[in-house]
Design a protein around this ligand. Structure first.
Ligand code: GDP
Ligand code: IMO
Ligand code: MG
Length: 424
C-alpha cells in the first residue's frame, strides 16, 4: 500500500503523529513539499521530536527517508536534525535520500524573508522567516538558484555564489539599506554542507520508482495544509509550495495514481498561524481555552496559534481538491469540558449561502459562518481506544463531521502519544 498524508486546514493538524503511526507499516517515508517552515511533532514514550525537514518516519530505524525534489532544504537545519537524532542513537546513515534536484535555502533567503516581512508592517504574511518564499522565488526564476547537486562541484558553486550574492547585495542595499553579505562566508558554509550531506544526495525519483516496482510501501508526507497551498489556498496568506496532496506527484515524481489511499488530517477544531482570513476564529475566551488546553503554540516559531471552531466548508474543499479518501481527526480531547460546541456547515457571503469554500480572500473575509450547535462532554477521553467507549456527544460530533465532509473518520486522536489513538 502506498499512502499519502496531508493537512486539511492551515497546518499543524497533527500530521507528524499520523505519519509516525502509519510509518509502522511503511518501508519509505517521503517529504514532498515545503521546507524548515514545517514543524512535525512525534511523541514516543517520554521523548518528543520536532521535525522540520526530516520525514516523520525518520524516528523509526527501519524506515528509509526521502527528501524529494520540491522540498527546499536548509542544509544547516537538516544537519542539526540529523545530529539531534544521532545523539538519541537514531542514525540516518544509508537510509536518508535527498533529491539532487531539491533547492537549497541559504542565509540570503532567510535575510530577504525577514527584511520583506518587516517592511510590510501590518500587511505582512506572518511567515516563519525560514527563507521559504525567497528560495521558491529563486527556483521559479531559475537564474539565481542553487540545488543540492551543486554541492558536487564546489569550484563551480563558488562562481555561482559570487554572482548571486552580488545581485542580492545590490537589491538589499537599494531596498533595505543593509550591510552586504560576504559570498566567501556562504561558500565556506556550503563546503561544510557538502562534507556532511553529499553521501545522502541522489536521484530520489529513480530510488522511489525502483522501490515501488520492488514491492516497497511508500508513505508520502505533506507539510503545511491544503488551505496554505500556493495555488489553491487563501493567497497571499499561504506558503510558497503546493501543500495539498496535489503537490505530491509533482513534488516527488511519483504519479498520484500510484497512491492507494489519501489521508487528510484535521483537528477537531481549527487553528491558523500568521495573517489571513479565518472565518471560524474565536478571538475570545473559547479560543484561549482551546489554545491553553491544546498547547496551541507553534512548533517552529513558538507563536500562539489562532484558534476557532471546526470549519466543514474549508475541510470539505480540501477533501475535494485533494481526492481525500478518509480523515484523521486529531485533538478530540482538547474539546473536553466545552459545554456547547459549534461546527460551521455553510458560509453566508453577500446574502447567499454556500458550502463551497472560496479561496479568494476578499470573498472569504466577507463570509459569515452558519453553525450547527452540539452539546459537549466532560468525561476524560484521553485513554479511550474504542470509538464506542467515547461519550455519546463525542460520537455525535464525529458523525456530524463525517456527514458534512462526506468522508469516514478512520483515525481519532485523543492525546499526543501513539497509544492515544482510536482506529475505526
Ligand atoms: P503537524 O505540523 O501537523 O505535524 O502538527 P504539529 O506537530 O505542529 O502540532 C500538533 C501538536 O498536537 C503536537 O504538539 C502534537 O504532539 C499534538 N497532538 C497530535 N495529536 C494530538 C491529539 O490527538 N491530542 C492532543 N492533545 N495533542 C495532539
Ligand atoms: P506544518 O507542516 C502552520 C504558515 C506561516 C505563514 C504562512 C507562510 O508544521 O503544518 P512561510 O514561512 O511558509 O512562507 O509562511 O504559512 N505556515 C505554517 N503554518 N504549520 C506549518 O507547517 C506552516 N508552514 C508555514 O505561519 O502564515
Ligand atoms: Mg506543525
Amino acid at each position: 500500500m502506498n499512502l499519502c498524508v496531508t493537512g486539511l486546514q492551515w497546518g499543524d493538524e497533527g500530521k507528524g503523529k499520523v505519519v509516525d503511526i502509519l510509518a509502522e507499516n511503511s518501508d519509505i517515508v517521503v517529504r514532498y513539499n515545503g521546507g524548515a517552515n514545517a514543524g512535525h511533532t512525534v511523541v514516543i514514550n517520554d521523548s518528543t521530536f520536532a521535525l522540520h525537514l526530516l520525514p516523520s518516519g525518520s524516528v523509526r530505524p527501519n524506515v528509509a527517508c526521502v527528501i524529494a525534489n520540491a522540498v527546499v532544504v536548509d542544509p544547516e537545519c537538516l544537519i542539526n536534525e540529523i545530529d539531534t537524532l544521532a545523539r538519541k542513537n537514531i542514525t540516518l546513515t544509508k537510509r536518508l535520500f535527498i533529491s539532487e534536484n531539491a533547492h537549497m535555502v541559504l542565509d540570503y533567503h532567510k535575510k530577504e524573508d525577514q527584511l520583506r516581512e518587516a517592511s510590510l508592517g501590518s500587511g505582512k504574511i506572518g511567515t516563519t522567516i525560514r527563507g521559504i518564499g525567497p528560495c521558491y522565488a529563486d527556483k521559479i526564476g531559475r537564474s539565481y538558484a542553487i540545488r543540492m547537486s551543486d554541492l558536487r562541484d564546489l569550484k563551480k558553486l563558488k562562481g555561482k555564489l559570487q554572482t548571486i550574492v552580488e545581485y542580492k547585495n545590490k537589491i538589499f542595499a537599494a531596498l533595505y539599506s543593509t550591510e552586504p553579505i560576504d559570498p566567501e562566508t556562504i561558500f565556506e558554509k556550503c563546503q561544510s554542507y557538502a562534507d556532511k550531506l553529499l553521501p545522502f544526495i541522489t536521484d530520489t525519483t529513480e530510488f522511489l520508482h525502483k522501490s515501488i516496482a520492488g514491492g516497497k510501501s511508500v508513505l508520502f508526507e505533506g507539510a503545511q495544509g491544503s488551505l496554505l497551498d500556493i495555488d489553491h489556498g487563501t493567497f497571499p496568506f499561504v506558503t510558497s509550495s503546493n501543500a495539498s496532496s496535489l503537490g505530491m506527484p509533482a513534488g516527488c515524481g511519483v504519479p498520484a495514481k500510484m497512491v492507494d489511499k489519501f489521508f487528510g488530517v484535521a483537528k477537531a477544531y481549527a487553528t491558523r498561524v500568521g495573517s489571513g482570513p479565518f472565518p471560524t476564529e474565536q478571538d475570545n475566551e473559547i479560543g484561549q481555552y482551546i489554545r491553553d488546553r491544546g498547547h496551541e503554540y507553534g512548533t517552529t516559531t513558538g507563536r500562539p496559534r489562532r484558534c476557532g471552531w471546526f470549519d466543514a466548508v474549508a475541510a470539505s474543499y480540501s477533501v475535494t481538491i485533494g481526492s481525500i479518501d478518509c480523515i484523521a481527526l486529531m485533538h478530540l480531547d482538547t474539546l473536553t469540558d466545552i459545554k456547547e460546541l459549534k461546527l460551521c456547515r455553510a458560509y453566508k457571503i453577500d446574502g447567499k449561502e454556500t458550502t463551497f469554500f472560496p479561496a479568494d480572500t476578499d470573498r472569504l473575509s466577507r463570509a459569515a459562518c452558519v453553525y450547527e450547535t452540539l452539546a459537549g462532554w466532560d468525561e476524560d477521553i484521553t485513554a479511550v481506544t474504542d470509538f464506542h467507549d467515547l461519550p455519546l456527544n463525542a460520537q455525535s460530533y464525529i458523525r456530524l463531521i463525517e456527514k458534512l465532509t462526506k468522508k469516514p473518520i478512520t483515525i481519532i486522536g485523543v492525546g499526543p502519544k501513539r497509544s492515544q489513538t482510536i482506529f475505526r
